[in-house]
Design a protein around this ligand. Structure first.
Ligand code: SF4
Ligand code: SF4
Length: 432
């Protein structure tokens, strides 16, 4: 199998600033029925039903939470079909045949600012829950759960640090939707009675610092929110790292942020919270990056959730090579390899990387320790690899595999080109 390890070196040769292309909404979308942390689903529509944009078509069950499933186009319900998703595996998806009428469900409405100012914490949480808002930075954790706490929250932190190399979706989002992000932050601060907000952005991203500062000065003068530049390294976007560098608070891995009086959201999640509160809208579109040396026109675009990958590839000028290519849905460090392009964009995905294949051979571990020195969660990836290989869940647990953030650094630095992150995922499953 062609692997993505160390392909990041190829990326260094790619253009760093990408053009934006307009992409049409596809003829069919495929809505994932199972997503992160969910175990089963029920559908409230059947094949042949007519659905509208933003209509609830079913529900996912995550054990301690439920999550509505939405149609992102208007049209006719098709079959349940398996497609590759961000997991790198096939997942059941509901096909919806687009009628291009762009009809919105009756539940979509606009709330006045006055009505919003009177919403209680419980009402704001309920609206966020009803609109299925989740961590759009990739975590996919239901956003309302973080707010559903009795702990006093001193600060809400928005994470604007897109730390994986060459991803630009959050960059696009901040430059275009900074107003929505501040509004989302304002709503969460209102709900939690929080007096302080922080937005963390890389200090090297001058355009983002400028965009946020301008919107803050023009529309949010009275909002107590600091825009804090942070250093440019990986994984600066890890919430524990960002919190340390914006507040000085050192969070122990595995503890709830609410214990420290903190709630943290990705900037795009804050914009989604704004859309939910203001318009009762779920996430319908994602800013999306398509890049790599195996695509003709690397570019940025706005993509409807459920869009098939071939539609995106076509909009980006098609593949630049025939035959095998490396396909990664997600970033170069944390994304998943795809076996084929029969895949779709789900809500937490914001990039597709396409590379010319580079054959390499995994060698046996030489016990160099590079993976151990590099792990930001202070784990021992090499020991965890042996635990995964021997299916020793007790050892994996004792080695704190639950603290692994799947950042991919251990794979990247491995002298023997071992894809350690795959073993970390296997070790996590053993513990679950
Ligand atoms: S993926 Fe590897 S480097 Fe990253 S946290 Fe997990 S074990 Fe550590
Ligand atoms: S970096 Fe690779 S070769 Fe070095 S100790 Fe870790 S697993 Fe072994």
């Amino acid at each position: 199998m062609i692997r993505k390890t160390n392909q990041i070196k190829t990326l260094e040769e790619l253009p760093k600033s990408l053009p934006t292309v307009q992409i049409t909404v596809p003829e069919k979308v495929y809505i994932t029925l199972m997503e992160m942390r969910t175990r089963k689903y029920t559908l409230s529509v059947v094949e042949g039903d007519y659905v509208k944009i933003g209509q609830i078509i079913g529900e996912r069950d995550g054990g301690y939470f439920t999550q509505p499933i939405f149609s992102t186009v208007s049209g006719t319900v098709g079959k349940v079909i398996k497609k590759f998703t961000y997991t790198g595996k096939k997942t059941e998806c509901l096909e919806i045949i687009n009628d291009f009428k762009e009809e919105y469900a009756e539940r979509v409405l606009e709330r006045t600012d006055e009505a919003i100012s009177k919403l209680s914490k419980a009402e704001i949480i309920e609206i966020i829950k009803e609109n299925g808002v989740k961590g759009l930075g990739g975590g996919g954790f239901p956003s309302y759960v973080k707010m559903d706490t009795d702990k006093p929250i001193d600060v809400i932190i928005l994470n604007g640090v897109e730390c994986e190399p060459y991803l630009t979706a959050d960059y696009q989002a901040i430059t275009k939707d900074a107003y929505q992000m501040f509004k989302g932050l304002e709503y969460v601060m209102q709900a939690m009675g929080t007096k302080r907000g922080i937005i963390g952005v890389k200090r090297t991203k001058h355009a983002l610092l400028k965009a946020l500062t301008e919107v803050k000065e023009s529309d949010f003068k009275d909002l107590n929110c600091d825009i804090i530049p942070v250093s440019n390294y990986y994984p600066q976007g890890w919430e524990i790292e960002l919190i340390k560098n914006t507040t000085g608070i050192k969070v122990k891995p595995g503890t709830l942020l609410s214990e420290y009086g903190i709630i943290e959201y990705n900037v795009t999640t804050a914009a989604a919270i704004y859309q939910a509160i203001k318009f009762n809208l779920p996430v319908l579109n994602r800013y999306f990056t398509v890049t790599g040396d195996a695509i003709n026109n690397p570019c940025e675009m706005t993509v409807r959730v459920g869009t098939p990958i071939p539609h995106i590839v076509e909009a980006a000028g098609g593949y630049s090579i025939d035959g095998d290519k490396v396909m990664v849905l997600g970033g170069p460090m944390m994304g998943s390899n795809l076996m084929m392009d029969d895949a779709i964009v789900s809500i937490t995905v914001s990039s597709l990387l396409l590379f010319k294949p580079q054959e390499y051979k995994e060698e046996p571990c030489v016990r160099c320790g590079s993976c151990v020195y590099s792990c930001p969660a202070n784990l021992q990836p090499v020991q965890l690899m042996y635990a995964a290989k021997t299916k020793d869940g007790d050892a994996a647990k004792a080695l704190n595999i639950q603290n692994c953030i799947e950042c991919g650094l251990c794979s990247y630095v491995c002298t023997s080109k071992i894809h350690l992150t795959d073993f970390m995922r296997k070790a996590k499953k053993l513990v679950k």
